[in-house]
Design a protein around this ligand. Structure first.
Ligand SMILES: NC(=O)c1ccc[n+]([C@@H]2O[C@H](COP(=O)([O-])OP(=O)(O)OC[C@H]3O[C@@H](n4cnc5c(N)ncnc54)[C@H](OP(=O)(O)O)[C@@H]3O)[C@@H](O)[C@H]2O)c1
Length: 240
């Protein structure tokens, strides 16, 4: 009998919210998943690993730390010889003030460090073990990064971090597309997730529902891969 070789994904920010739901969906699709754990005291991911011992491995992963990411690459490299798909999902959104009452620039920098520099660090560190796989780079961005649609008058750090992430993706695309890396940018919708530290009751879509839309978008091949688009949970394109 032919050996079944699962495709391999790495998901950042997998403890809860969209990241956790993406792991669940990928498991249903038969993928091997390395789930980035940032909050070890949150037990849901451990239960998922317990129920999927062959396919899900928990990897300690802080995208704000290159040391943490490099350790994760080494650990994953001891288990598999390649990674097919990287899902840059981890993100934070904290209040960093406003222009009239004053900004908390430390918070703004913290948001940038996770939301913008985190995915760049991840791609840089994982490139060496992505060369022989599917070469899919996925990014969870947001409508909040769209300059043309912006009507907010605060939330500088989060919005700018996603705008800058989109630019970083474009620069990576310009370089890596010729090496047959393919790219996905996803706006998940206003999620009932944990961005405020507790489960949102005001969002409009559950992370599970958004993940069900995201995973086919992430894993399917397109007939053409030469343009970058940001797509939401309904498959609609957004300007970025
Ligand atoms: N929520 C929305 O409405 C919405 C809308 C558009 C886009 N998005 C994007 O969707 C993605 C997922 O967000 P979510 O709504 O699912 O939020 P979430 O429930 O807060 O999940 C994000 C996960 O990432 C973790 N994380 C935070 N800092 C990290 C770091 N340095 N390294 C690794 N993991 C880290 C979080 O841990 P902590 O809980 O400890 O912070 C949390 O477990 C984010 O990129 C977000 O910007 C969300």
């Amino acid at each position: 009998m032919a050996m079944v070789i699962n495709k391999v994904a790495v998901v950042t920010g997998a403890d809860r919210g969209l990241g956790y739901a993406l792991c669940e969906e990928l498991l249903l699709e038969g993928w091997q998943v390395f789930a980035g754990q940032f909050i070890p005291e949150w037990t849901e991911l451990k239960d998922l690993a317990y129920n999927n011992p062959e396919l899900l491995k928990i990897i300690s992963l802080n995208v704000a730390s290159l040391d943490s990411i490099n350790t994760a690459v080494r650990t994953i490299g001891e288990i598999t010889d390649h990674v097919d798909m990287l899902i840059n999902n981890a993100g934070i959104n904290v209040s960093d003030g406003d222009i009239r009452n004053g900004m908390d620039f430390t918070k703004t920098q913290d948001i940038f460090n996770v939301n913008t520099l985190g995915p760049i660090r991840m791609v840089q560190a994982f490139l060496p073990i992505m060369g022989s796989g599917m070469k899919r780079l996925c990014f969870v961005s947001s409508e909040a990064g769209s300059i043309s649609l912006c009507n907010r008058n605060s939330n500088f750090g989060y919005c700018m971090s996603k705008t800058a992430l989109n630019m970083a993706i474009k620069i990576m695309f310009n370089d890596l597309y010729k090496d047959v890396f393919t790219f996905r940018i996803y706006h998940p919708g206003w999620l009932r997730s944990y961005m405020s530290g507790q489960k949102s009751t005001t969002g409009v879509i559950e992370p599970e529902e958004s993940a069900k839309a995201a995973v086919p978008f992430f894993i399917k091949n397109n007939s053409s891969e030469d343009t970058l688009v940001m797509v939401d949970n309904k498959g609609e394109e957004w300007p970025f």
